[in-house]
Ligand binder design. Structure first.
Ligand code: SF4
Length: 479
């Protein structure tokens, strides 16, 4: 019911609102977290507490329990739901439990790669489905009853064309899958906030945007300058400024609050729907911040001109400067595209019909089917890093295997990329290659297609047979 969810009501009414991140890490006592929740419930403008799960890759308190208890104290919870540690069945169960507790706000994301708490083993990384597929799963549950209200993440603070545009393409998929609004990654670059808003408006996406506003102290600034947690980045000039400010008698708190209040003013001026406050969960500080941003709101353009902590040589989508020349086509996609044209099987051709008959006959013999699977794997493993998932989408992803992404994303990069590098392994992000090949071939539009989760029952079987017998999971028309 809309009236019982202040977050949904504020976004629907176009009333600028505030979400506060409640970090449910094991370092925080549960009683203290709930005391904070009570305090936040009394701050005017705060419509929800956003309860983390696997923040920075580390497990914390049970977010369901914290969410239910926060709600009992008057703070509407928004639950972080990540793909880190649960498969699709576990996620469905978590969502059903949330619905049973009356929690309807969920923040769907891939989640940071798990880290090992001190003295403990690293929790397993599951990543059975990705963030777009998770939104689709939630939307399916919503159609059956629970009125989930779904937030998704997006980072405009990417300074390579491939990282940046793919973030936006993926956001479009999340919107089509059923997202209700989007929350940005942290960043201190007004031009990027503006760029994202323009992208969303130009595409007619009905997706309110909530900007991340982080009270940045020197320790966190130093960590983010090293790219921790993944996807967060503080440039050297901002780090130096924060360090200088922290020498003041108040330890830099006044300067920190002022920067955050000015950022909120910019977000309001740009037409954002709200601010997602992180870096503090102190109700008194947050009340001060909101009051100060109210005073500063009319001067937002002046502050937007100051909020320029990006990469001067980085990619900005709407800058006048001529865009870099597109990448040249590589040999592998060129050859495979040519073969695809010479031997068309993606449409109902004579070749496809013939191959379907052959593979149907092969499929009747377990030994023959196994031999085909071995042959397929022998060819595709060295060429593409194939892991025999049985649901091949090489043809939809520019001949890049999504299982070579450590998080097994199928719909585009997670938010953790660092200037084209993978968050998990020391290698380029595979989605950079997908983007470059699609751009070189003039088919960026193809990257908008929704790729469904792989059918795990087909792992270890031949994707060729599965394809021709149409039993694999692959993009269909529409969503
Ligand atoms: S998508 Fe699946 S079948 Fe295709 S190359 Fe990757 S692991 Fe192999």
């Amino acid at each position: 019911m809309a009236s019982s969810n202040p977050l949904r009501a504020a976004l629907a009414a176009g009333r600028f609102c505030y979400l506060v991140e409640l970090v449910a890490s094991r370092l925080a006592r549960e009683a203290r977290l709930l005391e904070i929740a009570s305090g936040l419930a009394r701050v005017p403008g705060v419509v929800a507490g956003s309860i983390t799960s696997y923040a920075g890759g580390a497990p914390g308190h049970d977010p369901l329990r914290i969410g239910a208890a926060a709600r009992a104290r008057g703070l509407t919870p928004s639950l972080h739901v990540t793909c880190v540690s649960l498969d699709r069945h576990g996620l469905r169960k978590l969502l059903e439990d949330a619905a049973a507790l009356g929690i309807e706000n969920v923040f769907a994301m891939s989640g940071d790669w798990p880290t090992a708490p001190v003295g403990q083993d690293r929790p397993p990384a599951v990543y059975d489905i990705d963030a777009v597929q998770l939104v689709s799963l939630i939307a399916g549950l919503r159609r059956a009853g629970p009125p989930f209200h779904v937030a998704v993440a997006v980072s405009p603070f990417k300074y390579l064309e491939s990282d940046c545009v793919y973030q936006y393409l993926k956001l479009e998929k999340k919107a089509r899958a059923g997202a209700d609004y989007a929350i940005t990654q942290v960043g201190w670059d007004a031009e990027k906030f503006r760029e994202l808003k323009r992208w969303v408006d130009e595409r007619g996406l009905r997706l309110p945007l909530v900007g991340n506003v982080y009270l940045l102290g020197p320790r966190t600034a130093a960590k983010m300058a090293r790219g921790e947690p993944p996807g967060c980045w503080v440039p050297p000039e901002l780090l130096a400024l924060v360090e200088r400010e922290s020498a003041a008698a108040d330890g830099g708190l006044g300067a920190r609050l002022e920067r955050a209040a000015r950022t909120i003013a910019v977000l309001r001026g740009l037409g954002y729907a709200g601010a997602y406050i992180g870096g503090t969960q102190d109700p008194e500080l947050i009340a001060r911040l909101i009051a100060r941003s109210d005073v500063l709101a009319p001067r937002w353009e002046e502050f937007a001109a100051e909020l320029r902590f990006g990469r001067p040589d980085g990619f900005y989508l709407y800058r006048e400067a001529p865009r870099a020349r597109g990448p040249r086509r590589e040999a592998i996609p060129l050859v495979l595209d040519t073969l695809g044209r010479l031997f068309p099987v993606r449409r109902e051709t004579w070749l496809r019909k013939g191959l379907r008959g052959i593979f149907r006959a092969i499929d009747r013999s377990r030994g023959l089917a196994r031999a085909v699977e071995r042959l397929e794997f022998a060819l595709k493993q060295p060429a593409f890093g194939c892991q025999a998932c049985g649901n091949c989408v090489l043809g939809d992803l520019e001949y890049v295997c999504p299982l070579t992404c450590p998080k097994h994303e199928r719909n585009g990069p997670c938010g953790g990329t660092a200037h084209g590098r993978c968050e998990v392994e020391d290698k380029p992000c595979i989605w950079g290659a997908v983007y470059a090949r699609a751009r070189a071939a003039g088919r960026l539009d193809g990257l908008r297609a929704y790729i469904p989760p792989a059918d795990p029952g087909l792992a270890g079987t031949s994707s060729w047979i599965n394809y021709f017998l149409e039993r694999d999971a692959r993009p269909r028309a529409g969503l």
